[in-house]
Design a protein around this ligand. Structure first.
Ligand code: FES
Length: 166
């Protein structure tokens, strides 16, 4: 065998080894993905929020199952609403899905009310529909309270009480 042929053969051998190594690595990554829970399953389950970190009078937004969630710690100038408020200790919170019940736009929060610019719908700070086409207040997502933690996606007695009253 000539030296030129040996070099070519070595090169081809190394190339196969490199391709096999990359393939093996890709296989390991695929196996790891199979072992891990799917990211969408993790995200689709629950969203937890530490309510003690929510600033009074300021709208806090998060997501649960890809839906916007509004959390508002009510300030003293906001009317209490026993049919919708989530009460934790001395604090009252509005917890609702941030999608207008008319056609699903995301309202903004200004001057203690939720304003849906799409067709002029208004909701008060508790999420009750007060003006325009929205047929009902902002929907309350299923939740549970654990100490000062709000667990979105689990049904607790506080949620059942609100839904029963609503
Ligand atoms: S979508 Fe909000 S008022 Fe129409």
């Amino acid at each position: 065998m000539s030296i030129e042929n040996k070099k070519r053969r070595d090169f081809i051998g190394l190339s196969f080894t490199a391709v096999a190594a990359v393939g093996g690595l890709a296989g390991l990554v695929a196996m790891k993905k199979t072992w891990d829970p799917l990211p969408s399953v993790k995200a689709a389950g629950f969203t937890t929020v530490d309510l003690s970190a929510v600033v009074e009078g300021e709208l806090y937004q998060t997501q649960w199952r890809k839906k916007p969630i509004f959390i508002l710690k009510k300030s003293s100038d906001m009317k209490p609403d026993d049919s919708r408020d989530v009460v934790v200790g001395d604090a009252r919170y509005t917890v609702c899905i941030g999608l207008c019940t008319h056609l699903g736009c995301i309202p903004s929060f200004k001057n203690n009310q939720f304003i849906c610019a799409c067709h002029g719908g208004l909701f008060d700070a508790s999420g009750n529909a007060t003006f325009g086409p929205p047929p009902r207040g902002l929907d309350i997502p299923p939740f549970k309270i654990e100490g000062t933690t709000l667990v979105l996606g689990e049904v607790g007695p506080e949620y059942e009480k609100l839904v029963g009253k609503a």
